[in-house]
Design a protein around this ligand. Structure first.
Ligand SMILES: CC(=O)N[C@H](C=O)[C@@H](O)[C@H](O)[C@H](O)COP(=O)(O)O
Length: 221
């Protein structure tokens, strides 16, 4: 287990976001590091290589979208190998048992650990998925996909503290809180509920969404 305890900042911006690109994500990672983050989560080889410059542990993902399958977070071995090559020591992947084009997550976990020597961070959405992922050998289990799978829709505004707490009470591997931990108070609650670390994305690294939230909640119509 190499992931430090503390705040992890997710530095991601899709192609439609004005901050898309490794230059911006690299700068975000430096800012997060200087603010006290202990690790960075980033998407795709170019961004992973850029955020690695900050010198923190990188949890890499490789989003590959398909018309036919719902799984998109590092869906196969090739996508995992590419981000390890770019500098990620930890690979996060969808460990739900939803349909995918290729190997089962249990096989992917074993191959990533044995063939490329990276740790595996399991993104799950339910208690059962978390138990299974740990049984398959995942080094970390995270609540990332709660609210995003058929079993957990519709997505609430709040994070899934209950899932976090039940997993942390049961698993021997570290459980990471991720998804809608939008305030320092929610981060504190996550640690109280047993989180080893907490990943915050949107509320730190997405100024467009932060602005939208101010406009929607603060500006009179
Ligand atoms: C479901 C999915 O694809 N989540 C992604 C996973 O990498 C990211 O889009 C999220 O921003 C990240 O999980 C952090 O969560 P939040 O932005 O809520 O703090």
């Amino acid at each position: 287990m190499t992931l430090p305890r503390g705040l992890i900042v997710s530095c991601q911006a899709r192609a439609d976001n004005p901050l898309h690109g490794p230059q911006f994500m690299g700068a975000m990672a430096l800012a997060a590091r200087d603010g006290g983050a202990v690790a960075i989560r980033a998407n795709g080889p170019a961004d992973v290589a850029a955020v690695a410059e900050a010198g923190l542990k990188v949890i890499g993902i490789n989003k590959v979208f398909s018309d036919r399958y719902p799984v998109y977070i590092t869906p196969d071995f090739v996508s995992a190998a590419a981000i390890v090559e770019a500098g990620a020591a930890i690979v996060a992947l969808d460990c739900t048992e939803r349909a995918r084009d290729g190997e089962h997550p249990s096989v992917l976990i074993r191959r990533i650990k044995d063939e490329i020597g990276a740790e595996v961070f399991a993104d799950i959405s339910t208690f059962e998925e978390g138990i299974k992922a740990a049984g398959w050998g995942a080094d970390y289990v995270a609540t990332t996909l709660s609210g995003y799978t058929e079993a957990t829709l519709p997505k609430p505004d709040e994070p899934d503290l209950r899932l976090l707490e039940t997993l942390a009470g049961r698993l021997a591997v570290p459980v990471v809180a991720e998804g809608r931990f939008n305030t320092p108070d929610l981060v504190r609650q996550a640690f109280t509920a047993g989180a080893h670390a907490v990943v915050v994305g949107t509320m730190i690294t997405n100024p467009r969404e932060i602005t939208r939230s101010f406009v929607q909640q603060g500006v009179p119509k």
